[in-house]
Design a protein around this ligand. Sequence first.
Ligand code: CO
Length: 210
Amino acid sequence: MREKMRTLKRIFDNNRAWATGIREREPDFFRELSRQQSPEYLWIGCADSRVPATQLTGLAPGEMFVHRNVANLVVHTDLNCLSVMQYAVDVLRVRHVIVCGHYGCGGVQAALAGSRLGLIDNWLRHVQDVMEKYAQALARADGEGARLDLLCELNVREQVANVCRTTVVQGAWERGQELSVHGWVYGLADGLLRDLGLCVNCPEDLAARL
Ligand code: CO
């Protein structure tokens, strides 16, 4: 109990120091930000604690709208993710949607191994669908590590396609709203982002690249 209290105190101490530091550099920062947000990016990433979206991109509060779930999935019936996307695209008018997976993803690994972890198995079933779709390519991968890396990449690819097929993104493109969808993978071992080269700007890109 005492250990837990100390840990939480650390969070509040950190927070005070963080807010003070920002106010010292920019006295009006929080006041201005409290009036409105106009982020340019929507990040859809994994809930993994080692993939902190704003920290690893060096973006400040107000610059990126974020949705995270286990294995960075975009499921067509997930009202949570769809609502985030709709608000980000229609109301905040973000210019870029980024689906960012990461190597060594525990969710993807569990899906690959067919692990029984409980309720989450049903969520990870979506990753297993990706696995079955690309069974041949995955079978050619050289070893377990390479297979996991490849499935992490293929999963991002499928989620980029899912983003592009939503009514939200289709509607934005029909209206002529500029909106690009990107697929990236983050390396836990080196802290670096890789672009999978899937940048989709219109329905024609979707047909050509995915
Ligand atoms: Co993960």
